[in-house]
Design a protein around this ligand. Structure first.
Ligand SMILES: *Cc1c(COP(=O)(O)O)cnc(C)c1O
Length: 387
């Protein structure tokens, strides 16, 4: 082989105009707590169609703040999926609550509403569905369950910026929706996150949590006559602020979201077309109620048609310089969760899926040449080891 390829599974796309916008903020008066925060929040809220948006340090902080605003504490259980990044469950633990893992739907790989129902107890307070790979969950069913049982819904929309469910944008639907701007996500601010909501009281709680629990908002102060210097700490919050440097990058990136999404879809079409008749792998099933934003492209191996296992296929692709990955290891497999006494066998469908999946590279800046190379490599590996 000539030049050894190195194709990551995901990556940002930064142009000269992104860089220029950051330089301008660096030359301005405000590096943080300045005007770019609200500008980014407003543009983001307009894009997803929510009343409010709160920009925050990262996607994990967005989940933590949401659990706080939902009132999660040690009295409560919160239901989520095991097939997600650890942060979707860690945020419950941060607030003292108990994560409860509900199994997935074996077609969409998203949390299964029937499994949610089975896990509801008198302590259940909220549900955190995750739109895995960008494909929206069955939100109507989840809302029905939530309404019936008086539960709060926090969508983890880290994969789903630009996705929609029955014509409604993700971010506009539930009590809260969180987003991440890590470089592998749809748009990036380096580190960064956002929470959207339509509820003013929730919005105020999120703002409070982002800045130490401190407020200057006259409506919220207990003593209103102290003086202009006066502020109050009303609760225990954190410093989860995001900088103007990051927010201006977010604004610049958000301007390009349509192009980013279209390119992701185009690559997915190429993969789907190429793998359509390959018996050794299953391409991602898409339910017609949702329109995915395609954060990840995950193939499922038909191990019955292969002489080798997932690990060998994975290693063979890595050998070829393809930055394949596995999304995700069921959260409760981790030693930390095992110590909390979550038992293996809890979610059989999630565990079965985990044995068979591989994430292929997918990001808007990926060249057609690289897409072709990934396709050829997958063909080569599975054909070599087909039964
Ligand atoms: C990326 C991600 C997060 C965390 O976001 P950070 O910005 O990295 O903190 C949470 N949940 C899911 C599903 C993610 O993919």
């Amino acid at each position: 082989m000539m030049n050894k390829k190195s194709i990551p599974y995901g990556k940002q796309w930064i142009d000269q105009d992104d860089i220029q916008s950051v330089i301008e903020v660096l030359k301005s008066d405000y590096l943080t707590t300045g005007p770019k925060i609200q500008e980014f929040e407003q543009k983001f809220a307009d894009y997803v169609g929510s009343k409010y948006a709160v920009a925050i340090a990262n996607g994990t902080a967005a989940l933590h703040a949401s659990c706080y605003a939902a009132g999660i504490d040690k009295e409560y259980e919160v239901i989520t999926t095991p097939i997600t990044f650890a942060a979707s469950a860690n945020c419950i633990l941060y607030c003292g609550g108990t994560p409860v893992f509900a199994d997935i739907d074996s077609k969409t790989y998203n949390i299964d509403p029937n499994a949610i129902k089975k896990n509801i107890t008198s302590k259940t307070k909220a549900i955190i569905p995750v739109h895995y790979t960008g494909q929206p969950c069955n939100i109507d069913e989840i809302h029905k369950i939530a309404q019936k049982n008086n539960l709060i819904v926090i969508e983890d929309g880290s994969h789903a910026l630009g996705a929609s469910y029955k014509g409604k944008m993700i971010g506009s639907i539930s009590d809260m929706t969180t987003f991440s701007f890590h470089p592998v996500k749809h748009i990036t601010t380096g580190e960064g996150g956002m929470i959207t909501t339509n509820n003013k009281r929730v919005y105020e709680r999120l703002l409070l949590f982002r800045t130490h629990g401190i407020t200057r908002n006259m409506d919220l102060l207990e003593n209103k006559d102290e003086g202009l210097w006066y502020y109050e700490q009303l609760d225990l919050g954190y410093n989860y602020r995001i900088t103007d440097i990051q927010c201006v990058l977010g604004i610049s990136q958000l301007n390009k979201i349509d192009r980013f999404l279209a390119r992701r879809k185009e690559i997915v079409r190429k993969y789907n077309e190429a793998f359509k008749h390959l018996e050794e792998i299953e391409t991602p099933y898409q339910d017609e109620s949702g329109n995915s934003s395609w954060h990840l492209y995950v193939i499922k191996l038909n191990l019955d048609n292969l002489k080798i296992g997932r690990k060998e296929v994975f290693n063979a692709l890595r050998e070829k310089g393809i930055g394949v990955n596995v999304h995700y290891i069921p959260i409760y497999y981790f030693p930390y969760y095992q110590k909390l006494r979550y038992k293996k066998g809890l979610c059989p469908k999630a565990e079965d899926l985990y044995e068979k999946i591989i994430t292929l590279p997918l990001y808007p800046k990926m060249s057609n040449e690289d897409v072709e190379y990934v396709i050829e490599s997958v063909y080569e590996v599975v054909k070599k080891y087909k039964v």
